[in-house]
Write a protein that binds this ligand. Structure first.
Ligand code: UDX
Length: 447
C-alpha cells in the first residue's frame, strides 16, 4: 500500500522504515530540509540499533523515499499517518499543535478520499477532533480516521515493530478498519492479535499500557527501598513475585526511576485526562509522585553513602569532590536523555559542590547541552580517573561488563553507588570497594 508518514522523528522514522521493509511504499515527510537531505543519504539522526540497515535496505528497494513536500505526498497516497511530536505543555497536557497543523495541511492538500491514521500519542478525543479539522478544511473530500498507537521501546524499536505483541487499531468506519487490516495483514497472518476498537479506546489503551508499566517500575522501586530498610533482597523479591504469571517478570527491575520520552509524559497526561473526565486516577497520581520522590531520595542516598565512605559528616560532604556518573541516557541503547536520571542526579550533586564528569557512549553530547556545569566524555577511563566516587545510572553493556579489579586503580577513592544493580555486592566487598546498590544487603545474600 502507498502511505505517507508525516513526521520523521523517532516514531515516524521507525514506523515508516519498518512499513517499507514489510513491503509498503512509504513517503516520509518532514519540514526539516537538512534532516530530509541527510535521510536521503541514509544518515540516521538518532541512535537506534538496526534502524540504519532497515532504512538503507528500504531506500535501495525503492520502498522508502523522503520529501519536504507534504502536498505532493498527500496527493500521491490514499493513507496518511500522522507521527509528529506531542510534547508536554507547561501544564502537563500534551501539546497538540503539531497534530492539528498536520491535519489542516492534509485536509488542504487532499485531492480525494483519504484515510488519516494518528500514530502520535494523543489524549482521548484527539482523533475525533482531527476528524473535525479534516472535515472543516477539506470539505470537498471524504476522510476516515484511525488511531494506531505505537508500542516501540527506544533501543529495541525495530525488533518491537517486527515482532509485536499485538496491533491496536481504533477506527471510525469500515473503510479505515479495512485499510488498517491491509497494512498489518502480514502480522495478522502470523497470528499476532489484532485489537480492533473505537477511536477513544485505542487512544486510551496507549496511555493505560504505559501507565501500568510505569506503575510496575514505581512499585518495584518502592519495594527496593523497603528491602533496604528491612534486609530483604529485591532481586529475589522480583523473581519471587514475577514468576506468578498473573504478575509477570518484566518491568520489575529497580533503578533510578522511569524516564524517557513516554512514561513521564504519558502518566502525567493521563492523570490530567482522568481529573478532567471526573474519574481521577489516584493510583497513577501516586505513581507520578512515587517516581519523582524516588529519584530525590536516591540523590540523598548518594551524598550520605559518600559521606560514610569518606568518613565525613553529612554537612556538605560533596564540596570539591569529583564524581563520575556512568550512563547519561535514560536507559541503555539510546542517546535519549529526556527525563533521564542523569538530568536530576547530576544537578543535585553539582548543587552540593561536586564536580561531575559524565560518561556515555551515545548521549554525552546531549547531556552537555542539557545539564549545566557538567563535563562529559565518551572515554570511560577519563571519567573514572581521579574520581572520589562513581554513580552508575545506565545499564549499557560496556558499563555492565566493567572489570573493577582493573578499573579500581583509576579511582581516587573506591566508592561506587550502583543505581542499576549491575554488580555483585559480595564481589565488590572482596575488591574492597565501598559499594551501594538498590535493595540488596551489602554483603551476603543470606543471614
Ligand atoms: C516505553 C514503552 O515500553 C513503549 O511500549 C512505549 O511505546 C514508549 O514508552 P521506552 O520509553 O523506550 O518505551 O522505555 P522502556 O524500556 O519502556 O523503559 C521506560 C523506563 O522505565 C526507563 O527509564 C527504564 O530504565 C525504566 N525501567 C524499565 C526500569 O527502571 N525497570 C524496569 O524493569 C523496566
Amino acid at each position: 500500500m502507498k502511505i505517507a508518514m508525516i513526521g520523521t522523528g523517532y516514531v515516524g522514522l521507525v514506523t515508516g522504515a519498518c512499513l517499507a521493509h514489510i513491503g509498503h511504499e512509504i513517503i516520509c515527510v518532514d519540514h526539516d530540509q537538512s534532516k530530509i537531505s541527510a535521510l536521503k543519504n541514509g544518515e540516521i539522526p538518532i541512535y537506534e540499533p538496526g534502524l540504519d540497515k532497515v532504512v538503507a535496505d528500504s531506500i535501495a528497494s525503492g520502498n522508502l523515499t523522503f520529501t519536504t513536500e507534504l502536498t505532493e505526498a498527500v496527493e500521491a497516497v490514499g493513507t496518511i499517518f500522522i507521527a509528529v511530536g506531542t510534547p508536554p505543555a507547561a501544564d502537563g497536557r500534551s501539546d497538540l499543535t503539531q497534530v492539528e497543523a498536520a491535519a489542516k495541511q492534509i485536509a488542504k492538500a487532499a485531492n480525494g478520499s483519504k484515510i488519516v491514521v494518528i500514530k502520535s500519542t494523543v489524549p482521548v478525543g484527539t482523533c475525533r477532533r482531527v476528524g473535525r479539522i479534516l472535515g472543516k478544511h477539506g470539505e470537498d473530500h471524504e476522510f476516515h480516521v484511525a488511531s494506531n498507537p505505537e508500542f516501540l521501546r527506544e533501543g529495541n524499536a525495530v525488533d518491537d515493530f517486527m515482532n509485536p505483541d499485538r496491533i491496536v487499531v481504533g477506527t471510525d468506519s469500515d473503510k479505515s478498519e479495512a485499510a488498517m487490516r491491509d497494512i498489518y495483514q502480514r502480522f495478522e497472518a502470523q497470528d499476532v492479535p489484532f485489537v480492533s476498537t473505537n477511536l477513544e479506546t485505542s487512544e486510551l489503551i496507549k496511555y493505560s499500557a504505559n501507565a501500568f508499566l510505569a506503575a510496575k517500575v514505581a512499585f518495584i522501586n518502592e519495594m527496593s527501598n523497603l528491602c533496604d530498610a528491612t534486609g530483604a533482597n529485591v532481586e529475589d523479591l522480583s523473581l519471587g513475585i514475577g514468576l506468578d504469571e498473573r504478575i509477570g517478570k518484566a518491568f520489575l527491575k529497580p533503578g533510578p526511576g522511569y524516564g524517557g520520552s513516554c512514561f513521564p509524559k504519558d502518566t502525567l497526561a493521563l492523570t490530567i485526562l482522568a481529573q478532567e473526565a471526573d474519574a481521577p486516577s489516584r493510583i497513577i497520581e501516586s505513581v507520578v509522585d512515587s517516581n519523582s520522590n524516588h529519584i530525590r531520595r536516591l540523590g540523598r542516598k548518594i551524598a550520605e553513602f559518600c559521606a560514610d565512605s569518606w568518613g565525613l559528616d553529612y554537612q556538605h560532604p560533596l564540596i570539591d569532590k569529583r564524581i563520575a556518573v556512568l550512563g547519561l541516557a535514560f536507559k541503555a541503547n539510546t542517546d535519549d536523555i529526556r527525563s533521564a536520571a542523569s538530568t536530576v542526579i547530576a544537578p543535585l550533586l553539582i548543587k552540593q559542590g561536586a564536580s561531575v564528569i559524565g560518561y556515555d557512549p551515545e548521549a554525552s553530547e546531549a547531556a552537555l547541552d542539557a545539564i549545566d556545569h557538567i563535563e562529559t566524555t565518551t572515554d570511560m577511563d577519563e571519567a573514572l580517573e581521579g574520581a572520589d566516587a562513581v554513580v552508575i545510572l545506565t545499564e549499557w553493556e560496556n558499563i555492565k561488563s566493567i572489570d573493577w579489579s582493573k578499573k579500581k586503580k583509576l579511582l581516587k577513592s573506591p566508592v561506587i553507588i550502583d543505581l542499576r544493580n549491575l554488580f555483585d555486592p559480595d564481589q565488590m566487598a572482596e575488591l574492597n570497594i565501598q559499594y551501594s546498590s538498590l535493595g540488596r544487603p551489602l554483603t551476603g545474600n543470606r543471614r
